[in-house]
Design a protein around this ligand. Structure first.
Ligand SMILES: [Zn+2]
Length: 256
């Protein structure tokens, strides 16, 4: 068994793990006779670069580089790429917090460990931007109560979100988290600098304010960054309107 030089995770590694465990990442006790947990990450081969980025963060805790597997499931077959860390008490600690009964859960303790970097990782794993504006996190694997806990936690961070319900069948209903407009913009601002190049498409498009030129997250059809700039534009149009009319009146007068 490999012995690790390091005895603790770096802050970046901790932040990464708390974020990805809410997303695609997973932890488990790999065998019955093991006392410690491992961390595993896997992606479809198309997301190889993103997986390699994850691997580079956790590399010093692994025994071998990512491997490619051929997998088959109900959706069809394909290739996935994944890696696992070795067993270690540092993983067991997080495993006990996030999998208290062997099943992944959302708790206020786990949420309180999330940094902006963790949020970015969670969003890259399970977030998406529908129609370029609706920002959601696929939290369908969690219960209604857990989704509500996520919404309440975001609220404590000044980010407005809500739980949305999706009826899958007569007996199955799923819940997930969507961002409200202002909440979405605040969230984007907090995570944008951590988003991997291959995940940039998950970020909201920015536009430049027609008045001051600064770039801001587009709010539907808004063309200015603030109410102050909006008023500036309206005032300019008013001036043009009056000027045009003045010309017209002058012209009319000259005709009479
Ligand atoms: Zn502006």
């Amino acid at each position: 068994m490999k012995t690790y030089k390091k005895q603790d995770l770096t802050q970046e590694q901790k932040d990464f793990l708390y974020g990805t465990v809410l997303g695609d990442g997973s932890m488990c006790i790999p065998a019955k006779d093991c006392t410690n947990a491992i961390f595993t990450a896997g992606q479809g081969l198309k997301q190889k670069e993103y997986l390699m980025w994850k691997y580079m963060i956790m590399k010093e805790w692994t025994n071998s580089p990512p491997k490619i597997y051929h997998t088959k499931n109900s959706y069809g077959s394909g290739y996935t790429i994944s890696f696992a860390t070795g067993t270690h008490p540092v993983f067991t600690k997080i495993y006990k917090e996030c999998y208290p009964n062997g099943k992944k859960i959302v708790s206020i303790e786990c949420l309180n460990n999330l940094s902006d970097f963790s949020l970015a990782v969670w969003y890259m794993d399970d977030g998406c931007l529908a129609n370029g504006i609706t920002c959601k996190i696929s939290t369908e694997g969690f219960t209604k109560e857990e989704n509500q806990l996520i919404v309440d936690w975001f609220k404590s961070q000044g980010i407005e979100t809500k739980v949305r319900k999706q009826k899958y069948s007569e007996t199955k209903t799923f819940y997930y988290v969507v961002f409200l407009r202002e909440g979405r913009n605040k969230f984007m601002k907090r995570i944008e600098k951590y988003i991997h190049p291959t995940m940039q498409y998950k970020l909201l498009k920015k536009r430049n304010c027609t008045q001051c030129g600064i770039s801001f997250y587009e709010n539907y059809h808004r063309t200015e960054c603030s109410d102050v700039c909006k008023k500036k534009r309206e005032d300019k149009y008013m001036d043009i309107y009056y000027q045009n009319n003045r010309e017209k009146w002058r012209y009319k007068k000259s005709m009479t």
